[in-house]
Design a binder for this molecule. Structure first.
Ligand SMILES: Cc1ncc(COP(=O)(O)O)c(C=O)c1O
Length: 439
């Protein structure tokens, strides 16, 4: 194999059968499409190259900077492609939650700008979100940015309709699989592949996977973020199911330890989600079926993600008091206050108000007197025990009231007698017209 440019090595990834002794399905052959073997490491290499390629002519002369709203694989691919073509790259995101990826981007010479966006994926309907406002500014004429616009650019989907989908059909001897399973981020890969597979066989069933409510699997949406925006079309999917970060890591471990695939958490989510779904139909099949899932990227970038959630896998002491270990009972026992009650309580008992949002969001607007400890850091702090006395009442706040409720449950389990959560979070507080201050 001899190439003039590394870009020629994008695509044509292997389709590898998973050993039935590992997945346990009796009547279904399950294959992984190894997008992790693309040259920059992920499924996003195809989309990044297809989006940026037609815009390259004259970009250096015009002094353009490639820009994308991405905190992960799209940014990694674009940073590499920009460098290859003598361009600079800027990644704009709400918060880089995977330190290895942020450091890799900086190593590649990227500018990383973190804005106080509210969700992991862009929600263009949320016009109060600074990330949305930045996205709108990029769409205006006359900027010096080459904005690839992965959430709206049809060339994102097209990359998979021209490459990933047809490759799967070719490797299955001209047939579409009976099931196709993919994690959903921008929805470009699942939409592009599903379109092509259905052209071959309209009966293909498509399963989209997202992260469980208030959970985090790097690169994909949560169930709360599956809105009808950008490239996402609910009609693409026969079903959308949620996977927890714990399940994604379990699936990843199976791929890593039993299948010879050094794939990351979304590959694990896709594998586990696929097997869980297919088990419900496997026994009733009268003919052999075929299923394909996407292995999106590699494991190496996610060691700190694993260390945070499952330290025992890396030879460290396990954490007992974690959000992931909370039971439904613990969560439903949390005292959540609506805005009026919270205001009265603050007035009367002066609880310590802890704002779990990112520092930009806090700086922009917060409840007077609140201290800012971002949720990930707060989780780490709690591993050392209760960080304040039990006589100090505590009110926890976050964007919409979900994270604060989880941490309230955790503090209660750890022995704090009076911790409460602001129901609906800072958004409810703001919508109720309650006072907020800015730094
Ligand atoms: C690791 C990982 N898995 C899955 C996806 C989902 O791909 P898509 O954006 O095509 O929906 C992404 C997207 O960034 C990703 O980074």
């Amino acid at each position: 194999m001899r190439y003039d440019s590394i870009t020629e090595a994008i695509g044509n990834t292997p389709l590898v059968r998973i050993d039935p002794a590992v997945h346990g399905l009796r009547n279904i052959d399950l294959y992984a499409k190894l997008e992790m073997l693309n040259p920059f490491g992920s499924v996003k290499d195809r989309a990044a190259w297809n989006m940026v390629r037609p815009r390259l002519a004259g970009a250096v002369e015009r002094g353009e900077q490639v820009v994308e709203l991405s905190s992960g694989n799209t940014a990694k691919a674009l940073a590499t492609l920009a460098g290859l073509h003598g361009l600079r790259f800027k990644s704009v995101t709400n918060r880089m939650r995977v330190p290895e990826i942020k450091e890799l981007l900086l190593l590649l010479g990227a500018v990383v700008e973190e804005l106080p966006g509210r969700s992991e994926c862009l929600d263009p309907t949320d016009t109060d979100d600074p990330l949305t406002l930045f996205h709108q500014a990029l769409s205006q004429e006359g900027t010096a940015y080459l904005h690839t616009d992965q959430y709206y650019n049809p060339r994102n989907t097209e990359a998979h309709a021209l490459g990933t989908g047809p490759e799967i059909v070719k490797d299955l001897d001209g047939r579409a699989p009976d099931w196709f399973i993919a994690c959903v981020g921008t929805a470009g890969s699942s939409t592009g592949v599903a379109t092509v597979l259905r052209e071959h066989d309209p009966a293909v069933r498509v399963l989209g996977l997202v992260a469980r409510k208030s959970d985090f699997i790097p690169g994909i949406r949560t169930i709360d973020e599956v809105h009808e925006v950008g490239l996402f079309d609910p009609d693409t999917y026969d079903a959308i199911e949620a996977v927890s970060s714990d399940e994604a890591i379990d699936g990843m471990l199976t791929l890593n330890r039993r299948c010879g695939l050094l794939a990351g958490p979304t590959s694990g989510a896709a594998y586990l989600g696929a097997v869980r779904h297919l088990r419900t139909v496997d026994e009733e099949l009268t003919e052999r079926g075929t299923a394909v899932f996407i292995a999106c990227d590699r494991v190496e970038s996610y060691l700190s993600y694993v260390r945070q959630r499952r330290p025992e896998l890396l030879g460290r002491a396990p954490h007992r008091d974690t959000v992931a270990s909370l039971t439904e009972g613990e969560l439903s026992a949390v005292t959540s206050l609506d805005v009026a009650d919270a205001r009265r309580w603050i007035e009367r008992d002066r609880p310590l108000v802890i704002d779990l949002r990112g520092p930009h969001a806090y700086a922009a607007l917060h409840i007077e007197g609140a201290v800012n400890i971002v949720d990930d850091l707060f989780g780490q702090l709690l591993r050392g025990g209760l960080p304040f006395g039990t006589r100090q009442p505590v009110l926890l706040t976050c964007p919409v009231g979900d994270r604060s409720a989880q941490f309230a449950a955790l503090l209660t389990r750890m022995g704090h007698p009076d911790v409460r959560s602001l129901s609906g979070g800072i958004i409810a507080w703001r919508d109720a017209g309650a006072p907020l201050v800015r730094d």
